[in-house]
Design a protein around this ligand. Structure first.
Ligand SMILES: C[S@@+](CC[C@H](N)C(=O)[O-])C[C@H]1O[C@@H](n2cnc3c(N)ncnc32)[C@H](O)[C@@H]1O
Length: 284
């Protein structure tokens, strides 16, 4: 197996294992936390009535359901994801809606109907491919000429206070995670516009535009400090570091996360800055 193939396989295993389980368990909380991101993404993607839309890496289906409302009965949305548990939950949430399909597949390899979509979109679902140029070439084949790709991805880790504060607090007690390589998949893999431009144009897309959006993320989702700590220890960089840390070091790390979040408490909310790109490109 090449490095890229192995990294890709590792991601698929992760999203079908601990990653998927946490995202299903935390779905309602995460969606409340990410509401400002969803709003910015939907405003930029602007799915219109009658359009055929693909939601890449749709996870538990929240953005897919929003798009289903926007395109209406004369349109259609496909939520595609490689995670069985997450897509299973999305399917249940979608119920009997007729303008909606769920596909359990690898976006990098799935044979899309050629030109079958008007719009490809994603909330944080496109940064996990082992070979991104090949994946984005495969996705482009599913989009009609002139159709658009619009996705949200994180700007650099240092700008994402909501991830940095808990992780640095935890690092007082647990070992540091190895730094990912510049081409490795992961949440911050698309932080650098130059890299994303190289990937997309190499896959035949137009030069993308990058709109920075600053958001305040309530990591407590209105549920108070304890819930914020729980969320920080289940999703994001600190959760990964904790998972790999020796058991006996975790309580001190969690206590440090709690202390570091206290200054951000505002009633039942715990709001920290987040930084995303909204990336748009066209097929041809
Ligand atoms: C950070 S989660 C975001 C999920 C969802 N879009 C959301 O915002 O709630 C990343 C998603 O990308 C999916 N994913 C990762 N690699 C994928 C691939 N090769 N093909 C399809 N989905 C993939 C994961 O299973 C996961 O659901």
């Amino acid at each position: 197996m090449t490095d890229a193939t192995q990294l890709h396989a590792d991601q698929i295993a992760y999203w079908n294992g601990p990653g998927g389980a946490h995202w299903v368990a935390q779905q309602a909380h995460t969606d409340t936390q990410l509401a400002p991101v969803t709003e910015a993404l939907l405003a930029a993607a602007a799915p219109a009535r009658g359009q055929r839309v693909l939601d890449i890496g749709c996870g538990c289906g929240t953005t897919t359901l929003h798009v289903a409302d926007a395109v209406g009965a004369e349109g259609h949305v496909t939520g595609l994801d490689v995670s069985g548990p997450m897509l299973g939950w999305a399917r249940q949430r979608g119920g009997e809606r007729e303008n909606l399909a769920w596909v359990l597949a690898d976006a990098a390899a799935h044979a899309f109907p050629p030109g079958g979509f008007d719009l490809l979109m994603s909330r944080f679902g496109v940064m996990f491919f082992g070979n991104p140029p090949a994946a984005f070439a495969n996705l482009r084949a599913g989009l009609r000429p002139g159709g658009r790709l619009v996705f949200a991805c994180w700007r650099p880790f240092e700008e994402n206070t909501w991830m940095r504060v808990p992780l640095h607090a935890a690092y007082q007690h647990i070992p540091r995670l190895p730094k990912p390589g510049p081409e490795d998949p992961g949440p911050f893999a698309f932080a650098d516009p130059e890299r994303v431009t190289r990937i997309l144009t190499g896959a035949g897309w137009s030069a993308p535009s990058f709109t920075p959006v600053d958001v305040m993320l309530d990591i407590a989702a209105g549920g108070g400090l304890d819930l914020a700590v729980e969320q920080a220890t289940h999703i994001g960089a600190a959760s990964r570091a904790l998972r790999e840390a020796p058991e006996e070091t975790r309580p001190a790390a969690i206590a440090a996360i709690r202390e570091a979040l206290v200054p951000y408490r505002d009633g039942m909310s715990v709001r920290l800055p987040g930084a995303i790109w909204i990336v748009s490109a066209t097929n041809g």
